[in-house]
Design a protein around this ligand. Structure first.
Ligand code: ADP
Ligand code: ZN
Ligand code: ZN
Length: 858
């Protein structure tokens, strides 16, 4: 029986829909996903008038708490009123078409359950801001919105009001922003979301959530001939006569007409020319162009350059697979008859990408959608270019460096069928696929597929496997150095395995040499952190016009500095780590929280002025190689040199063109790059990587060394790798040198079986955080007690302070729970962990403590 339990509230917020009085109708309820970390869905009553409008995947507006009005996504519609509370009404339905499809919701529900987070958190990560319409969103006029364009859609009165308030400030040139609350106030109504959605659809506004997402378009100032001259050629002739005394202006107009043949094709005038293009003609003067603009002969407008190529000529060059590649491709297709998941284990440079391209092409021809996942898309611009050449405008690219508008463009392009092949970083698993037939996970072993912060802490490979299962798609995992867990599934016969053991072409695998730094130090032969062998090899390569990659897994100049007199080391005030010296910036920085202070020249403890950098990072390697090998044209590739949107592309392009011949970098240089003239790779400090305190340290080291070595000798020139280490006898080196993945696998699997690590168990790590060390410890102890009460004692390890035991002023304690791999008991065990967490958080010991869950940490 529909009754108005809160008529007053309801009247406050929206008109009571007609027909609600009639008691003969069934009442519907909607479970909604609020954009908040709430453990459960919330149920709202659907007013009869909105009954047909409400559906799964649509956004609706509801009131939550006292005053908050939120937009949220409907997860289910049913007839069961909530038992514990009186349901409030749905206030507004925003969409006609679902923004989240039913298959997506199914995957999101799996993610929330498996990764122990809330559906709201998953949705928050999944949706681009413009599809969230969250109350934190701000709106801004799009820089490319041209109010005068006659192609615009008409605006409603409410939309006009919003646009009025977003106009660019003529003096500062800045675009003002409005918060959702401002819009509610301006329009004097809480049901304003429809207007925002409509303005988004009409390409008038853009949404952003935090300042860094604020739309910073690449605006190009263009100019065109004023409209009336285009309609009336005589007027122009007259004008040119008038300008007779100003030949420079005549030149400018004539040059414009040469570029844009306005009278043959008037439509061309609308897009005009970039102003800079006209101005760069040395014969034309800026002041002449500016006078023409001032006098209304040229008009200027701003245009945002689109990222996606729109020319439709998709070229499909024939790729001719080598016989080995073809055999691999055929074997993969054969295995797909009985297996859904296949691993392509191919050595670096074996031409896996070409095999992927052929498989994508086949899947595309049979009408499916394809998802191609890459660990970090910014690093693989080379691959995107290769794919773009083959798949043209059917290829969409999706990753977090894109602006929100670009992301929405891809999202909608999948729904509309514009894009059939998506290449993306991990967040591409959230996209609204509906007929996915193939997922490729390239470099499947990469740990950057895992999201650390914030929740959902998901692994894109695992999520992709689930996505494929739901959509009936096949999966191809590709790597030269597969994750132990992945290989284990192949060995167990669950997944198919196909191998490529040779490089494409004649190059052959690079030769690996070990250089003993301890010996060199004893002989006082080291120069900075370089052995004489490495210096000489670099010189030899550069003399032959070949190129060199140097890998050091630390950025900055030195990991810390040290007072020679009293051994004082500057530490981060917020974290338990030393500050890294950044020499060029003259700063000490914390790599955990971002704290920065000027470089210290005098020891604050003893007043001494002799302070030495200890250890070395990429910045120092760059400086030293310049000094030691004067012919080196060095560039550095790490987080610090690649912050700008196109910085990385420039570094890669310079190296490709041979402008630079030595590339120094962190892990970034190890991944996916394909350069023809690199014949030497140097690993400066292998030991720091091997001795990392983690059960995966050896696997990681093998992967890193093999991958970075794989950058050498990819074409005709023979590649060589020099590894500097204090102990060349370590067993890992023999494995790397012989390219012995099977050896690594055997050894690792044995250890993991002995000590109970994945793939034999699953790990869930709980991190307890508190500003007070003893309270963090107490909460962690309590949590262990609660876990032990619910699980077996030996399954719970810790609490233990991690190596970096304090970050951002919070003390950390970790607890590792080892769970059986059986699916049946896994969900149950997670339920118990959840219970234990809730129990602690409601106890005095848990007060003020935060508990973070990470399922399958990597
Ligand atoms: P991987 O991903 O296995 O490390 P790539 O796919 O990058 O290897 O291939 C290595 C190099 O060999 C690339 O430069 C690629 O263009 C080239 N290559 C591979 N297969 C072919 C082919 N069938 N025809 C022409 N060039 C190829
Ligand atoms: Zn000192
Ligand atoms: Zn810090």
């Amino acid at each position: 029986m529909p009754t108005h339990s809160h008529p007053a509230l309801f009247d406050d917020l929206a008109d009571l829909p007609d027909g609600d009085e009639r008691p003969d109708r069934t009442t519907f309820f909607a479970d909604v996903i609020l954009p908040l970390p709430l453990p459960r869905l919330y149920t709202y009553r659907v007013p009869h008038a909105l009954r047909d409008a409400v559906g799964v995947g649509l956004r609706v507006v509801v009131q939550f708490g006292k005053q908050k009005v939120l937009s949220c996504v409907v997860a289910a519609v049913h007839q069961t009123p909530p038992r514990e509370y009186e349901a409030k009404y749905v206030l507004e339905v925003i969409d006609e078409q679902p923004v989240v499809t039913a298959p997506q919701l199914r995957l999101f529900e799996w993610m929330a359950a498996y990764y122990m987070c809330t559906l709201g958190e998953v949705l928050n990560a999944a949706l681009p801001t413009a599809l969230k319409l969250s109350s934190e969103s701000q709106l801004q006029l799009r820089a490319d919105y041209d109010e005068t364009a006659d192609t615009n859609y008409a605006l409603s009165a409410a939309e006009e009001i919003i646009v009025q308030n977003l106009r660019r400030n003529a003096e500062t040139g800045e675009f003002p922003t409005l918060a959702f609350s401002d819009v509610a106030r301006l329009l004097d109504q809480p049901a304003f979301h429809k207007h925002i959605k409509s303005l988004l659809a009409k390409n008038v506004i853009t949404l952003f959530e935090s300042v860094q997402d604020k739309y910073a378009p690449k605006v190009v100032r263009r100019l065109r001939l004023a409209h009336h001259f285009v309609n009336d050629p005589e007027l122009l002739t007259e004008l040119l006569h008038q300008l007779e005394k100003k030949p420079k202006q005549v030149d400018a107009v004539m040059q414009y007409l040469r570029e844009i043949p306005v009278y043959q094709a008037p439509a061309l005038n609308h897009r005009g020319l970039p102003k800079a293009k006209l101005a760069q003609n040395p014969a034309l003067s800026d002041s002449a162009i500016n006078s023409l603009i001032r006098n209304g002969i040229f008009e200027t407008f701003d245009q945002v350059e689109s990222r996606f190529p729109t020319d439709g000529n998709a070229v499909m060059p024939e790729i001719i697979l080598s016989p080995v590649q073809e055999a691999a491709r055929n074997r993969i297709l054969e295995l797909y008859a009985t297996k859904n998941i296949v691993l392509l284990h191919g050595v670096t440079g074996s031409g896996k990408t070409e095999v992927y391209i052929e498989l994508i092409r086949a899947a595309l021809e049979s009408g499916g959608q394809i998802l191609y996942l890459l660990p970090e898309i910014a690093l693989t611009a080379q691959i995107v270019t290769r794919l773009q050449r083959v798949f043209g405008t059917r290829l969409g690219v999706y990753h977090s460096k894109f602006s929100d508008n670009e992301r929405v463009e891809v999202w909608n392009g999948i729904l509309s069928g514009r894009f059939s092949v998506i290449v993306g970083a991990r967040s591409a698993v959230f996209l609204p696929f509906h007929r996915l037939s193939l997922i490729i996970v390239d470099e499947e072993h990469e740990s950057s597929y895992k999201q650390y912060e914030p929740a959902p802490r998901y692994h894109a490979r695992e999520t992709a496997l689930m996505l494929a299962q739901y959509q009936g798609a096949k999966v191809l995992l590709g790597s030269a150095t597969p994750a132990i867990e992945t290989y284990h599934n192949c060995q167990a016969g669950k997944w198919g395995l196909v191998e490529l053991r040779q490089r494409y072409g004649s190059g052959g695998m690079p030769e690996i040499k070990l250089v003993d730094t301890k010996k060199a130090r004893a002989q006082k032969a080291m120069r900075h952190d370089f052995t004489p062998e490495l210096i000489e090899e670099i010189q030899v390569r550069l003399d032959r016009s070949e190129q060199v990659i140097l890998f050091q897994n630390r950025r900055g100049y030195a990991p810390y500095i040290n007072c020679n007199a009293c051994a004082w080391i500057p530490k981060c005030p917020n974290c338990a780590v030393s500050l890294t010296l950044h020499n060029r910036a003259n700063e000490l920085r914390c790599h955990y929280c971002g704290f920065v202070q000027p470089r210290v020249r005098q020891c604050p403890a003893c007043g001494g002025i002799s302070i030495t950098p200890i250890g070395f990072g990429t910045e120092k390697v760059e400086e030293d190689v310049k000094e030691l090998v004067p012919t080196a044209a060095v560039q550095r590739m790490d987080l610090d040199t690649t912050r700008g949107k196109n910085a990385l592309q420039h570094i890669i392009a310079d190296f490709e063109k041979g402008v630079t011949n030595v590339l120094v970098g962190t892990q970034m240089v190890t991944k996916g790059l394909d350069f023809q003239r690199v014949s030497l790779v140097g690993i400066l400090n292998a030991d720091a990587i091997i001795h990392y305190p983690d059960f995966r340290a050896h696997e990681r080291a093998f992967q890193l060394f093999t991958q970075v070595a794989g950058r050498a000798g990819r074409a005709a020139v023979k590649g060589e790798v020099l590894i500097q280490t204090a102990d060349p006898t370590q067993s890992i080196f023999a494995l790397v040198a012989n390219n012995d993945y099977a050896g690594l696998y055997e050894k690792e699997l044995q250890e993991r079986a002995n000590y109970e690590y994945p793939p034999f168990v699953r790990i869930v790590t709980l991190t307890v955080k508190h500003a007070e060390q003893h309270l963090a410890q107490a909460a962690a102890n309590k949590l262990v007690e609660e876990l032990v009460a619910r699980l077996e004692r030996h399954a719970v390890l810790g609490p233990e302070a991690p190596y970096v035991f304090r970050i951002r002023n919070l003390f950390l304690f970790e607890i590792h729970v080892k769970l059986s791999r059986a699916h049946s008991t896994l969900a149950e065990a997670k339920e118990k962990i959840r219970d234990a967490m809730t129990a602690v958080q409601t106890m005095p010991e848990g007060k003020g403590a935060r508990i973070v869950v990470d399922v399958d940490p990597v």
